[in-house]
Design a protein around this ligand. Sequence first.
Ligand code: NAI
Ligand code: MG
Length: 365
Amino acid sequence: SSATLFKIAAIPGDGIGVDITEAAKQVLDKLAEVNGTFRFEYTTFDWSSKAYKARGWYMQDDWEAQLKTHDAIYFGAVGWPDVPDHISLWQMILPIRQVMNQYVNVRPTRILRGTTPPLAQLQKTPQDLDWIIIRENSEGEYAGQGGTTHGHTANAIATEVAIFTRVGIERITRFAFETAKSRPRKKLTMVTKSNAQRHGMVLWDKVFFEVAKEYDGVVEYDKMLVDAMTVRMVDHPESMDCIVATNLHADILSDLAAALAGSIGIAPSSNLDPTRSCPSMFEPIHGSAPDIAGKGIANPVGAFWSAAEMVRWLGKGELDAVADQFMEAIENVTGKPDTRTRDMGGSANTMQVTEAVCREIENVC
Ligand code: NAI
Ligand code: MG
């Protein structure tokens, strides 16, 4: 057929990662079928903590070459109670993000129809929370430098060194300004802790304000310290639009954002290589949820929203309307009590929500 082929590397991982990746493929295929101008082909990789436990490795030695033959990576979740989390992170997720040049992590947050946010203010005016958090994804506090000396003694010493580079700060700042510029409100808030951390974070502030000059009169911008930022997110959610922060700070702030929006099960995350030389990676922000794994009740909405962001990215501007319609279909489903999962106050299972979204795609897209 003449439909554009998108080759997807699917990494379901562990626990509910497997269920929601399957659900995401089903709705993506429905979207492609209804639209007709594109189609998906998946390669599924059995890279998981369960497999690691059985065979001693996560990814094959040539994982980089294997991933690079694809247009995008769709990732479920990795992690299982009998494997320490730093092993899965450092043997799989962080190498993928670093080697695939995914130096931007984008986390949109808003209150989807049918979710009940914990703050009274947001229950009245859910439109007050509409953010995109842009996280530096390649260096900073997660650069991995440091070491341990006398680790097994009472004199144990360990260092954890945060790395900030001008190149790294400049490219994330530029991406954040471009994102803000493309949004109706055109606002950007920069977050650091440059009062207490006086080297790396001071460089961050300096480079940010240098780049900001290019956007004077185009994007409205301001600066916050991370502790004060948590208060502002709760007290004045309507005062923010785009937010840019370091690896660690944005990791924490985006979990707070997901909780303020009502559920960890709905939030998406995109790991982007803005240069498009490597495939970008799309994943829900939740983990493998061992407590509900294997029960078929995981909320697939975060997986669907991530899939919508993948379509947007693959379309390079040509599929924005399709991604918006896809989101509309998802919200038509979350908007009805009988097609919500337990974590959203309903009683539907993963498969029922998935089928409902497929039906809505036929109506909306
Ligand atoms: P988690 O996100 O897996 O679960 C936290 C709580 O939220 C649990 O009660 C879970 O049942 C619930 N939950 C999460 N997603 C849900 C969904 N889609 N539908 C309904 N309920 C949902 O975080 P946790 O328990 O701290 O971590 C479990 C494992 O996942 C760990 O090994 C952790 O390292 C890993 N993890 C992996 C991530 C990734 O692959 N990107 C991200 C976060 C955690
Ligand atoms: Mg996190």
